[in-house]
Write a protein that binds this ligand. Structure first.
Ligand code: A3P
Length: 380
C-alpha cells in the first residue's frame, strides 16, 4: 500500500491543546444536548452528582493478567535510521560512520525527541528539501554546512525512507525530523535515493513535485575509489579495485554491474528523475568545489533553497591536518568542527592504466550529464 503524506507538518503543541479543548467543549455540548432533561451546566453537574453509582458487583472485574496483555495495542516497530557521525557528535556515541543501523529514532545531532518535549510553537515537518545523492560525493559535508544556517533544521541521520523504509509511513518519517518553527526549512540526506528506481515517483508524491532536490556530484572515478575505500575499511580481503573494475582487465572491459561504477553513470540515473521533476527542482553541487571553495558552493545552495545568505567564507577554515575545510558553528564561539574520520579517508593507489581506461569509459556519460544539467564539471 502506498503511504499518504497527509499534511506536511504535525500540529504545534499549542494547537494540539486547543484542538483537545475544542473537542472537549464539543463533546460536553453533545452530551448535554442528548441527555434527557439536560438544561445546562448546572443540571449536568447535578446529574453527575446524583446519578446512581455502579455498585462493586456491577463494576467490571479486572481481567486476569494474561488477558490484559492480549488487550494491549500492538507495540509499534522500533524505529531505525541509518547513522553517520555528523560533525561535532560526541566520540564513541556512534561507532561506525557509514550506514550502521541503530534501534530507535535517529539519534545523532538534533534528532527525534518525544512529542511532549517539542518546544512550544514548534512542530515536525516532512522535508521540503532533500540531498538525494550521490554516495561519497560530499553529501555529509553539504548537509553539515547548511546546518550552520539558523533557518535550516535537518535530520542528523539518513532516514532511508524512500528506499528501505517506505512502508513505515509518513508519520514515522516525520518523527525523524527535528522540531522546527514556521519559516524554517526541514531537510534530510539519503544519498542512495539518487540510484533507487522507486525514489523519484515516491518523492514526487510527497509534495506534488515541489520538493527541492540537491545532488552532490563528484568525478565518477574518484567517487568509485572513495566508495571502494569505504567498503575496504569494513571488509577484510576485498579484491583489488582494478580487479573489481574490469570484467576483462587485459581487454579493458569495464564491469558496469559493479555498484561502485554504476552509481557514477549520473546521466542514466538523472534521466529517470526527469520523468518526475523539472530541471529547476534540482541543484547540482560540485563535490570538488565543496572542498576547494565551500563558501561559494554553499552560497548557491542557500540561494536555491531561498535562504538568507548568512553562511559565508567566515564560517570555513581549511584544516591542514585533516586536509579538508572545517567549519564554525555560531553557538560554539569560533571553535572549528571537522567531519569525522570516515570523511576524507586515504585512498589506495590505483594503477594509472586502469584509471585512464575508467576515465575513457565515463567520458561520454559525463558529457551527456553536463548537457542535461547545463554545466561542465570538468572531470574529463
Ligand atoms: P573521501 O573519504 O573518499 O575523501 P559522503 O559524505 O557523501 O559520504 O562523501 C564523503 C566525501 O566527502 C569524502 O570522501 C570527502 O572527499 C568529501 N568531503 C567534502 N568535503 C569534506 C570535508 N569538509 N571534510 C571531509 N570530507 C569532505
Amino acid at each position: 500500500m502506498t503511504p499518504r503524506p497527509g499534511s506536511l507538518c504535525s500540529q504545534t503543541a499549542r494547537r494540539k491543546l486547543l484542538a483537545m479543548f475544542l473537542a472537549l467543549v464539543l463533546g460536553t455540548s453533545i452530551v448535554l444536548y442528548a441527555y434527557p432533561g439536560a438544561g445546562g451546566p448546572a443540571t449536568y453537574a447535578a446529574y453527575l452528582y446524583t446519578r446512581p453509582r455502579p455498585t462493586e458487583s456491577r463494576r467490571k472485574k479486572p481481567l486476569p493478567q494474561h488477558q490484559q496483555q492480549q488487550q494491549q495495542p500492538p507495540r509499534t516497530e522500533p524505529r531505525r535510521a541509518s547513522v553517520e557521525t555528523p560533525a561535532g557528535s560526541r566520540p564513541g556515541t556512534q561507532s561506525s560512520a557509514v550506514a550502521a543501523s541503530v534501534a530507535g529514532p535517529a539519534r545523532s545531532g538534533e534528532d527525534a525527541e518525544p512529542e511532549s518535549e517539542i518546544p512550544a510553537g514548534e512542530r515536525r515537518c516532512l522535508p521540503q528539501a532533500i540531498i538525494i545523492g550521490v554516495k561519497k560525493g560530499g553529501t555529509r559535508a553539504l548537509l553539515e554546512f547548511l546546518r550552520l544556517h539558523p533557518d535550516v533544521r535537518a535530520a542528523g541521520s539518513e532516514p532511508h525512507f524512500f528506499d528501505r523504509n517506505y512502508q513505515r509511513g509518513y508519520d514515522w518519517y516525520r518523527s525523524l525530523m527535528p522540531p522546527s518553527l514556521k519559516g524554517q526549512l526541514t531537510m534530510e540526506k539519503t544519498p542512495s535515493y539518487f540510484v533507487t528506481r522507486e525514489a523519484p515517483a515516491r518523492i514526487r508524491a510527497m509534495a506534488d513535485g515541489n520538493t527541492k532536490l540537491l545532488v552532490v556530484v563528484r568525478d565518477p572515478v574518484t567517487r568509485a575509489i572513495s566508495d571502494y575505500t569505504q567498503t575496504q575499511s569494513k571488509r577484510l580481503g576485498l579484491p583489488a579495485f582494478e580487479e573489481l573494475s574490469f570484467r576483462n582487465v587485459s581487454a579493458g572491459i569495464v564491469e558496469t554491474h559493479w555498484n561502485a561504477l554504476r552509481i557514477g553513470l549520473y546521466a542514466e540515473h538523472l534521466q529517470r528523475w526527469l520523468h518526475y521533476f523539472s530541471r529547476k527542482q534540482f541543484l547540482f553541487v560540485s563535490g570538488e568545489r565543496l572542498v576547494t571553495d565551500p563558501a561559494t558552493e554553499v552560497a548557491h545552495a542557500q540561494h536555491f533553497l531561498g535562504l538568507r545568505p548568512l553562511i559565508s567564507e567566515e564560517n570555513f577554515s581549511f584544516n591542514t591536518t585533516k586536509g579538508f575545510p572545517c567549519f564554525k558553528k555560531a553557538e560554539s564561539q569560533g571553535q572549528l568542527h571537522c567531519l569525522g574520520k570516515s570523511k576524507g579517508r586515504q585512498h589506495p593507489n590505483i594503477k594509472p592504466e586502469a584509471l585512464s581506461r575508467l576515465r575513457e569509459f565515463f567520458q561520454p556519460f559525463n558529457r551527456k550529464f553536463y548537457q542535461m544539467v547545463g554545466h561542465d564539471f570538468g572531470w574529463d
